[in-house]
Ligand binder design. Structure first.
Ligand code: ADP
Length: 358
């Protein structure tokens, strides 16, 4: 290809066309009636049609049927020489999917300054728009959870403090009653702290700042510690089986993985039968350690099986919670290069399986 024409020294049409084709953006030429006259490679990629398929056809094939007025308005403004800068709208691909695009549409003039057509340069912003929507949704949930879940323990703490003040105002006060008030306050602040840590973890994960401090850790010992601490604090029985995995070491962040296990055990106790123990099973092979947490509850409906891992998603609201446990657990395990999955099992209850590389 020659860059310039030999006769006039102007840039060659071939060269200019190749610049247009190398663009990631869709670059489309159309008449003032909205008939497509040129269509670059970017347009093929974004909209799914080849140039052969669309040149000569109306641009309206790209416009969703719920926006019938958009094209007439654009064309009428173009005739008056007006342009549209980074106009955000929706378009339809050949396969029927709806895209968010940002498009700049400019009138094209002839040598006498008459508007004879238009060019449209469009960028696919579907992924960006989705990310913005998700971030806004997350922020809304964040604020609403913070507002509701922080308020309850705070109200209890405040009421107890007032009570303590009144008790201390008397000449004689009941030490035991005071101790009970303080215990309520301690539980409330524990809840607040735990919730705050979770909210901070979500934000750390979103910004890639969740740090993992690995050290060789005896996984069975860790599972036993998590199980017995949980059982002691809650009164719910937890059994641990570890046939063949005794003494197996994995390079993990023990604090974070214990958090994951306590979370799964707590869910199993919350959503499983109250009178049956939660079963924890540790197994290992040459490469990985697997920890399964099982309960004999009602299980999880098929259509909820992926959503339960989303931040703030709750499939049942009859138990306390904010819908962050599984999300955080999965992210922590992922940071270890492992996975947290809901096992298909044998249809009996629910089993979550944590797999960690050794
Ligand atoms: P939370 O328990 O705070 O709602 P999680 O992220 O821990 O949040 O769990 C998300 C949802 O998954 C829960 O609301 C619940 O519906 C479902 N779930 C989690 N664990 C179990 C389980 N062991 N059995 C049945 N449902 C469960």
């Amino acid at each position: 290809m020659s860059l310039k024409t030999r006769e006039s020294g102007a840039w060659s049409a071939e060269y200019l066309a190749s610049i247009v084709d190398s663009s990631d953006d869709a670059i489309i030429g159309k008449t003032l009636d909205g008939v497509i006259i040129s269509w670059n490679k970017g347009a093929e990629r974004i909209y799914g049609y080849t140039a052969e398929e669309v040149v000569g056809r109306p641009i309206s094939i790209l416009i969703p049927s719920d926006r019938p007025d958009e094209l007439p308005q654009i064309l009428s403004q173009l005739r008056q020489g007006k342009r549209f800068d980074h106009y955000r709208t929706k378009r339809i691909r050949k396969d029927g999917t709806v895209l968010d695009i940002s498009v700049t549409i400019s009138p094209v003039q002839d040598a006498d300054g008459r508007v004879i057509g238009a060019s449209a340069i469009a960028r696919d912003i579907t992924a960006q728009e989705r990310a913005v929507r998700e971030a806004l949704e997350l922020r809304e949930q964040f604020v609403s959870v913070a507002a509701h879940e922080l308020r309850t323990p705070l109200t209890a703490i405040f009421a107890r403090l007032q009570l303590i003040e009144r008790r201390l105002g008397r000449t004689e006060y009941d030490r035991e009653a005071l101790a009970r008030d303080i215990e309520v306050i301690r539980r409330g602040t524990d809840r607040l702290r735990a919730l705050l840590e979770r909210l901070l973890d979500v934000s750390r994960i979103k910004s890639g700042r969740l740090e993992i401090e690995r050290a060789p850790t005896d996984v069975v010992e860790l599972a036993r510690a998590a199980a017995s601490e949980y059982a002691e604090a809650s009164g719910h029985d937890v059994t641990v089986q570890a046939a063949g995995a005794e003494g197996v070491l994995a390079d993990i962040d023990a604090v974070r993985i214990e958090e994951v296990l306590v979370n799964l055990i707590d869910n199993a106790a919350k959503y499983g039968p109250k009178d049956k123990p939660v079963e924890v099973e540790v197994a290992a092979d040459a490469k990985a350690v697997r920890i399964a947490v099982h309960d004999d509850g009602a299980g999880i409906a098929k259509d909820q099986r992926t959503r339960i891992f989303e931040a703030f998603y709750r499939a049942s609201t009859d138990a306390r919670g904010v819908g962050l446990g599984l999300h955080l657990a999965r992210e922590i395990v992922k940071q270890h290069g492992g996975s947290l999955e809901l096992s298909d099992g044998d249809g009996r209850g629910t089993t979550f399986v944590v797999t960690l590389p050794k």
